[in-house]
Design a protein around this ligand. Structure first.
Ligand SMILES: *Cc1c(COP(=O)(O)O)cnc(C)c1O
Length: 400
């Protein structure tokens, strides 16, 4: 990144730059397709994810270069494979968790619990107690209920407030569920001051696969206002967590991490240097490192419509298509595209991956299907529903 793009934060704000110029400004990485194809031919017993941790490392470095003030705390749920976590730990990342099992996994790798962020807004009493006993200090809250609960169990917990912020332009919005609104925020601040809870920070989530850098600017600005309200109430806000949501390239254009970094870095100037700034990227760090490979187990024509059934569907790891995420689907066929309905192998009527997806007309039983940049939120979601096996995970580290 020798050349700094002209202040994109400002330009976005004024809308004086055509939106397209914010997209695809930098080359994005992907696992080499030939490696994937060779791996499929070597042996195939069930769907698999093949993932190169060298790309994970590259992404971690690129993230840090784009936002030097921001320490990434990887969201473990995106892909909790030990070798992925280990690579990220070695790259200087810390972590964000939602459960006791995720915490145990990190502890078994030697991660320092004081650096782990417990970012699930509703945690069971046992989970909070366990985490506190293990040395976790940072706990998110987005309600007075959770604030009181964390405070009761660990009076010196460092809590951080999750704000509701816009998720406009995210492929997988998260704002409908979590986040305190303006009224809740006031009440949480007042209650913290009253009970002597250490409300120490603010967080938000821009929405997953967020293609709109403005969400971070708006979130950071809201956090600034909230810091001021907290300080006014006698609290000591000192940590800003800008969440996850950083996008990867599938088929739609994306703002690169460098472009998002411009917006974030500019907005962060409103916070003095002693404020600790972290982010919680999940998808961004792991998606590009992997391909998900499955097979056509059969085709069918129903009421004139061509259907193709893969041996992995919604329950086997390919679930993000249901909210509109479109993977780049590669095959070894070259026939003209026709609109296919694509389903998984189970008998559940919900197990439909894609509708009217243009794919080669000559795809048939036994053919491989390769989903590019599928290292996040695939294997982590998979179940053995209906008797189909979990996908295999093949991890390696190339010399890139
Ligand atoms: C899922 C999640 C993330 C990671 O989101 P990505 O879109 O994968 O970057 C970060 N923080 C929290 C609280 C989450 O729930």
């Amino acid at each position: 990144m020798g050349v700094r793009p002209s202040s994109i934060g400002r330009l976005t704000k004024q809308n004086s730059l055509p939106q397209e110029q914010l997209f695809d400004t930098h080359a994005e990485s992907s696992l080499d397709f030939e490696i994937v194809r060779q791996a499929s031919l070597q042996k195939y017993t069930r769907p698999f994810l093949i993932l190169d941790t060298a790309i994970v490392r590259e992404k971690a470095r690129r993230f840090r270069a784009a936002m030097p003030r921001v320490r990434p705390h990887y969201a473990v749920k995106a892909n909790p494979e030990r070798r992925v976590l280990k690579a990220l730990l070695q790259e200087g990342c810390s972590f964000e968790i939602a459960s006791t099992a995720e915490l145990d996994l990190l502890l078994s790798l030697g991660v320092k619990p004081a650096e782990v962020f417990y970012s699930n807004p509703v945690k069971s009493r046992q989970a909070i107690t366990y985490a506190a006993a293990k040395g976790v200090e940072w706990f998110v809250i987005d309600s007075v209920d959770e604030l009181r609960r964390v405070h009761e169990i660990k009076a010196d917990a460092k809590t951080y407030l999750r704000l509701a912020t816009p998720n406009i332009g995210s492929d997988w919005p998260l704002s409908g569920k979590f986040g305190a609104g303006a009224g809740d925020t006031r009440e949480i601040i007042q209650t913290s001051a009253k009970i002597g809870a250490d409300l120490a920070g603010v967080t938000f989530h821009a929405g997953s696969q967020c293609r709109n850098p403005e969400n971070w600017r708006v979130g950071i600005e809201k956090a600034r206002t909230t810091f001021d309200a907290m300080a006014k109430a006698g609290l000591e806000p000192r940590m800003l967590d800008i969440g996850g949501g950083f996008p990867v390239r599938h088929v739609k254009p994306i703002p690169s991490i460098e472009v998002i970094g411009e917006v974030v870095n500019e907005a962060l100037k409103a916070f003095p240097p002693e404020v600790q700034v972290v982010a919680e990227p999940g998808r961004y760090l792991v998606s590009d490192a992997g391909y998900f490979v499955c097979r056509v187990l059969g085709t069918a024509t129903r009421a004139g419509k061509r259907w193709m059934h893969w041996d992995a569907g919604l329950f086997g790891g390919v679930i993000e298509t249901t909210e509109g995420l479109k993977y780049k689907v590669r095959t070894d066929r070259s026939g003209p595209d026709i609109p296919w309905h694509v389903a998984g192998p189970t008998c559940d009527s919900v197990d439909v991956i894609l509708r009217d997806e243009p794919l080669p007309s000559d795809l048939q039983e036994g053919d491989f299907v390769y989903l590019r940049n599928a290292g996040a939120y695939t294997t982590a979601y998979a179940s053995e529903f209906n008797g189909f096996p979990l996908p295999e995970v093949r991890i390696f580290e190339s010399k890139r």
